[in-house]
Structure formats: C-alpha cells, structure tokens
Ligand binder design. Structure first.
Ligand SMILES: Cc1cc2nc3c(=O)[nH]c(=O)nc-3n(C[C@H](O)[C@H](O)[C@H](O)COP(=O)(O)O)c2cc1C
Length: 381
C-alpha cells in the first residue's frame, strides 16, 4: 500500500521523470541560441511526398507536424524544401522558392505552435541529385562529376550561378522566418548541392569555391552573411551535414568532417545535425535492419568527434531505436540531441511512450516509409 502511493506521487512530478523515477537527460530542455526546446528529441527532416505539384505545402503536411507537436517532440524539422524551382529532387516535394508559399507555411507553423514544440524548415537545392525534367534538362553542381546512381553528369556551376544560389538560400531563410518557423536547417547532407560543395569527391574546383575546407564551406558562410542581412542576428540557422559521403575509399570522411563542422560553426551555424551518405554510395543515410542495440546510432563516432570540436549543440541522427541507446548518446557525450525519422513515422507518439516507460521503438527499419504515394509506415508488424 505504501509502495503504491509512492509510485503515484513520483510518477507525475515533472516530465523528465519516468515510471521508474529515473531522471533522463532526454527529457531535459536545451537552448539553441535563444530558442528554448522542451526536450532533446528532434524529428529529423522527412520528405512526405505530400506537397502540391508546384511545391505548395498542403494541410496533410500540417496534420503530420501537428500530430508530432501534440506528442511533445522538442524540435520538428520539416521535409526538405527547395529554394529554386530547378533545385527540386522529388515529386510532391515542398518548396520555398517564392513568397506565395509564406501563407500556406504560416498555417502549418500556427498549428504546431498551439503546443510547446518548435519547428524548423529544412532548405535545400538538389544540385547533382535534382530532378531532370523537360523544363530543367541539366543539373548543376560544383564540378561536372558523373552521378553513377542516375548516370547523369551535372554542369559545373559558374560564379554567377553560385552567387544566385546564395541569394536563393538567403531569400528562403527570410521566407521561413516570415512564415513563423522558429529556425531553418541548411541541408548540407546526402549529396544535395551544399553537401556536394563540402565533399572533395564532388567538389574538384580550383577557384575560391573549392580545394581547402575554407573554400568548400565558403558558399555556406556567404549564405549566412546574406541571410543575416535579411533576418537579423537572432534567427537560428542550423545545418545538417554529412560527416561521410559513405564510400570506403574516397570522398568526405573523418577527420576532415571535423574541420568542416568547425568551419560551419565559425560561419554562424548554431546547431549541427550529423548524418552521412550520398545517393551513389547506397543505403548509408537510412540503414536498414536496425534490430540490435549495437547496430543503432551508426554515425555516433562522427558525432562525438564533431561535438568535441565545436561549442554549439550537436544532434545525432541514424538508426536510434531504444531509449537506453539514446540516453547513452547524451550521457556519453556523443550528442546534445537525438534526431529520429523512421521511428516517428510509425509512432508519432513515441516521445510520450518513452516518457511513460516504453523502452523500444516499434520501427524495424524496413524503409517501406519511402513511399512516393505519401510517406507512411508500411511495415506489416
Ligand atoms: C521517408 C524519409 C524521408 C526523408 N527525407 C529527408 C529529408 O527531406 N531531408 C533529410 O535531411 N533527410 C531525410 N531523410 C533522412 C532522415 O532524416 C534520417 O537522416 C535517416 O532516415 C536516418 O534516421 P532514422 O534511422 O531515424 O530514420 C528521410 C528519411 C526517410 C525515412
């Protein structure tokens, strides 16, 4: 009887406390600049295939984000949103290349802000992984390196195209702020345009935009300088960066990724999400078959190296399924926040379940959620 009443008193004391009375770092708040985030859970960017054909976000996307917000996810990062119409990489991808998108996005951010969650817009240009269409028959990238996954060779960008792209990203940041987003995340991962600038495999330039780490990150530094003129000093600009391209014998990898992270921090990025993989390298980004704790958190060693070198919050993404592993990533100094994609597609309510004592996500990493008819969990389990 006495024990029972103790449990009842302990359980609801505050959100960081579980049924077992343990205080988990996962449920402690964190600040990214002046952005206060209620816990350490991030919904990593996840393309929904639900925008209109021209990129206008739909209420169906808002339904997903509102559901995540209702279930206490600290920071929601949108699916990747393209900053120029020629920079689209997928059907039904959301866009942010025109002021007409501000209104529809505003409706979405207002829905999220009914709760304590924060929401960031991920901004991208597809680069060498952009869609080839009759309107845009030629992709562009820092250098003309053939993409063996699509058999397409992009055109090396001119100085004018690079300067135009900086403006495109900066205007996208402004639109995000006007639409009520709490932050933006520059997509510097997975082989898209900015990611292809930081990689020595896809960036072979010998001018100011290639070669040294400083040169390969220059486009990002310039985007931030221009964006700051438009949005002021306080609006958080984060980045998701590749720590590895995913090849064994070439491309970006440790230890150079640490230098890149330091350069991004110097450029004004205020939080870094550590990821990896480009299309050509296969299933590096969303690894299948995560069915044991030792397979989880497959970018953790990169994240720890980055975290040791920078002073800004580091988010780790990739294959985290069990609460204990996530907590260990924070306690063990691998990261400050944990970012999840596939588990939240199956269980948008996962953070609440973890808080109440559930230990494992149901996600089986089957990758059936990459569903062009609309992102959803297609696992029969
Ligand atoms: C359906 C789906 C869509 C995704 N779309 C994006 C995206 O728009 N931008 C991005 O940076 N990563 C995207 N990712 C990658 C995830 O954010 C994440 O890095 C990866 O899936 C590994 O994390 P997980 O094991 O928690 O799923 C996507 C993943 C999935 C499953």
């Amino acid at each position: 009887m006495i024990i029972l009443s103790m449990v009842i008193i302990v359980q609801p004391a505050f959100p960081g406390m579980t049924y077992q009375g343990m205080i988990l770092m996962l449920f402690e708040h964190i600040d990214i600049r002046c952005l206060h985030i209620q816990n350490r859970f991030v919904r990593s960017a996840s393309h929904e295939w639900m925008a209109q054909e021209d990129g206008t976000p739909t209420p169906a996307i808002g339904d997903i984000y509102e559901d995540l917000a209702k279930h206490e996810i600290g920071l929601i990062i949108s699916g990747y949103s393209y900053v120029r119409s020629s920079g689209r990489s997928s059907q039904h991808q959301q866009g942010i290349y025109d002021d007409r998108f501000i209104g529809p996005y505003k409706q979405i951010t207002e829905r999220v802000h009914k709760y304590d969650s924060k929401i960031a817009l991920q901004v991208v240009h597809g680069g060498r992984q952009a869609l080839v269409t009759p309107e845009y028959p030629q992709t562009m990238a820092p250098s003309a390196v053939k993409d063996s996954s699509s058999c397409k060779t992009p055109r090396a960008m001119t100085e004018e195209q690079i300067l135009g792209t900086i403006e495109d990203f900066a205007q996208a940041v402004r639109r995000a702020q006007e639409a009520g987003f709490d932050a933006v995340q520059l997509h510097v991962a997975h082989g898209f345009l900015l990611s292809s600038f930081i990689s020595p495999y896809t960036n072979r330039r010998t001018d100011d935009w290639g070669g040294s780490v400083e040169n390969r990150t220059r486009i990002i530094a310039r985007i931030i300088i221009r964006a700051r003129e438009l949005v002021g000093q306080d609006f958080p600009i984060m980045a998701k960066m590749n720590a590895t391209d995913g090849f064994e014998d070439k491309g970006l990898d440790a230890p150079e990724c640490v230098e890149i992270a330091v350069a991004l921090e110097r450029a004004g990025v205020c939080a870094i999400e550590v990821s990896g993989g480009i299309l050509e390298a296969g299933e590096v980004m969303s690894r299948p078959g995560i069915n044991a704790p030792e397979k989880e958190a497959y970018f953790k060693d990169y994240a720890r190296m980055v975290k040791q070198a920078v002073g800004i919050p580091v988010m780790l993404v990739g294959g985290m399924r069990s609460r204990a592993v996530m907590e260990k990533m924070l306690e063990g100094g691998y990261a400050d926040m944990v970012a999840l994609s596939r588990p939240f597609i199956r269980e948008p309510e996962l953070v609440v379940k973890f808080r109440k004592g559930v230990l494992e996500a149901e996600c089986t990493s089957c990758n059936g959620c990459f569903d062009e008819s609309g992102m959803k969990c297609n696992s029969g389990r």
